[in-house]
Design a protein around this ligand. Structure first.
Ligand code: SAH
Ligand code: ZN
Ligand code: ZN
Ligand code: ZN
Ligand code: ZN
Length: 560
């Protein structure tokens, strides 16, 4: 019997515009499944922050909120907003560009640009940086210390090389405009390009950018609920940007925090796509908004569930301020390189990857692959996902990571030090392996015989998903290693309810070549986190420790 609590985000069955709001805009509806207490509960919680310290919003689905409470909440939400006046900031920025360097001041504590005249009223204890050059002013991503330890922001900046690769590719593909969602460095590089080949608009939750970009270059935005903090005017700027020139020539480049729920991000991107689609000439309604979604490789199955037409490029995206995501001597992922990839709906054969970094074209797969990604004739695919050369296992009938060995007990390739039969994913309710809780035959019985109550929850395109995944499994054997991502599926939602021990679950889609034995997957998602310890987490781990363990950037993949 599974002992863990599961969390889902629920998209259907309620009007999302009716969701209560927290300081981060409309909240999301979560469903909590407690197998032991036989309980399913639903509640609204913050879309952007899963750290209760940062946003403690919690409202039971059925809670009736009085007018007075709503009013209080509105005031609270308003007070929680960072204080800025975008237009005033623009003015200050212009002035700063025109004063001598020594009069250009930056407060390292408030992350605020200051004019000489503002200095005397500024807190004397704060460390100030003076003498900013124009070059420094044009590179906010270097001046502003990344908010990496803040789970809401999870700011990790691209290396120069990755930035250049992304921009070169965008230009090579002939795009003219880039909507940078959570990608300040891409925006910055475009804005600083002397040749002005591209235009860009930054959507990001980090309000510090208001100081550097005018409202038509930066909108404060929450990508988990498509919320524009500065209202309709701000939304209109984005709409105009997407729809300009009949929607031609625009690409969305996004690098969300890796703890972000895939389905939630997909919903947002689909919303942006709908906005864009309004400008598309009639007859071309089926075309898709081109997307580069930068995310770790082990999310591939999940992303493909929502977007079967997406492909994952082999290109390894390096970061500047993270040991796991950067290459070079101090990298913690020296051999494999960064685990972060680009997911795209643009044909991968159109996207050349740099030969000087060892990438080459596989004419059978019709795509560029990394040097360690060898074509397997049995799988008929270049099978590596993680940056190592996979090995074909005859018993599993697919390629597996080289560190794995075939285990007769588990009947699949496993890590050498695994505990047999422990790492499998199953139904939260009954523990069976062949379905997820949403399709559990015991669901109605166990939850007080009120099966009907949940029927409405089951109207998602589960069948369609299964079908899509089936198609993928049979036509795309390159999904070969989707079964073994060693990560934990749970959410870091630190709500005020009990924190149950997580139990390890494999990736929720298990696709085996030729065996089309696919676990049914729900439309809602749980966040995927890497299991740091590789062992199932034991009980008695403090909530904060658990949270830290699960914090998205503490990966240890197959750290063997
Ligand atoms: N590699 C990118 C930065 C990615 S870090 C680059 O170099 O440009 C994630 C980015 O998403 C950060 O800029 C962060 O501020 C932003 N972000 C985090 N949560 C967000 C949210 N809920 N909505 C919009 N942006 C968010
Ligand atoms: Zn919030
Ligand atoms: Zn193979
Ligand atoms: Zn095997
Ligand atoms: Zn085993």
């Amino acid at each position: 019997m599974p002992s863990s609590i599961g969390y889902d985000v629920v998209f259907e069955g309620y009007e999302s515009s009716m969701a209560p709001t927290c300081p981060h805009g409309p909240t999301l509806l979560f469903e909590k499944i407690c197998p032991n207490s036989a309980k399913i509960s639903r509640f609204f919680a913050c879309s952007a922050s899963r750290d209760r310290k940062l946003c403690k919003f919690y409202q039971d689905f059925n809670e009736v909120v009085t007018e007075g409470e709503l009013k209080k909440r509105e005031i609270f939400n308003k007070n929680q907003q960072p204080k800025y006046d975008h237009l005033e900031s623009v003015e200050r920025f212009k002035k700063l560009q025109n004063v001598p360097e020594k009069e250009r001041i930056f407060c390292k504590y408030c992350y605020k640009l200051l004019l000489q005249s503002e200095r005397k009223n500024h807190n004397k204890k704060h460390e100030l940086q003076t003498g900013l050059t124009l070059d420094q002013l044009s590179k906010p991503s270097e001046l502003l210390i990344p908010l990496e330890n803040n789970s809401t922001n999870a700011q990790y900046l691209f290396s120069r090389k990755a930035t250049e690769f992304i921009l070169d590719t965008v230009q090579h593909l002939g795009y003219e405009r880039v909507l940078c969602v959570g990608a300040p460095r891409i925006h910055e590089a475009i804005q600083n390009d002397k040749n002005k080949k591209l235009e860009s608009l930054l959507l990001d939750i980090d309000h510090r950018y208001v100081q550097f970009y005018p409202p038509d270059k930066y909108c404060r935005y929450n990508m988990f609920n498509n919320h524009f903090f500065d209202g309709e005017k701000s939304r209109d700027i984005c709409t105009e940007f997407l729809q300009r020139n009949n929607g031609r020539g625009v690409i969305l480049v996004t690098d969300p925090p890796f703890g972000g729920l895939v389905d939630v991000l997909v919903t947002t991107m689909k919303n942006l796509q709908e906005t864009w689609r309004h400008a598309i000439e009639t007859g071309k309604e089926s075309v898709k908004l081109p997307v580069f979604w930068i995310f770790p490789y082990f999310f591939e199955p999940r992303i493909l569930q929502s977007w079967p037409k997406f492909t994952m490029l082999d290109y390894k995206v390096d970061y500047e301020n993270h040991d796991f995501f950067k290459s070079g001597p101090n990298s913690k992922s020296k051999k494999k390189g960064s685990p972060v990839r680009i997911f795209t709906n643009i044909s991968s054969n159109l996207i050349p990857l740099p030969a000087e970094d060892g990438y080459s074209f596989c004419s059978i797969c019709n795509k560029y692959v990394s040097k360690e990604n060898k074509h397997c004739n049995l799988c008929n695919s270049c099978t590596s996902k993680d940056g190592t050369t996979y090995r074909h296992c005859d018993e599993c009938n697919r390629c597996v990571k080289p560190v794995r060995i075939h285990c007769k007990t588990c009947k699949q390739c496993m890590l050498p030090n695994h505990r047999c039969n422990e790492l499998k994913s199953g139904c939260y309710i009954c523990g069976e392996m062949n379905h997820k809780h949403r399709y559990c035959p015991h669901r109605g019985k166990k939850f007080g015989g009120k099966k009907r109550k949940f029927d409405s929850l089951l109207n998602d395109p589960g069948e369609t998903l299964v079908k899509q995944n089936t198609e993928q499994a049979s036509s795309k054997p390159k999904m070969s290693d989707t079964n073994d991502a060693d990560f934990q599926e749970t959410t870091s939602l630190k709500n005020n309810l009990e924190q149950a021990p997580c139990y390890n679950k494999d990736n929720c889609v298990s696709i085996k070549k030729n065996s089309v034995n696919i676990t049914k997957v729900g439309q809602r998602s749980r966040t995927a986190f890497v299991n740091v310890s590789k062992r199932p987490l034991k009980h008695k781990v403090s909530a904060s420790k658990r949270f830290r363990r699960k914090k998205i950037l503490q990966f240890s993949f197959d750290a063997v």
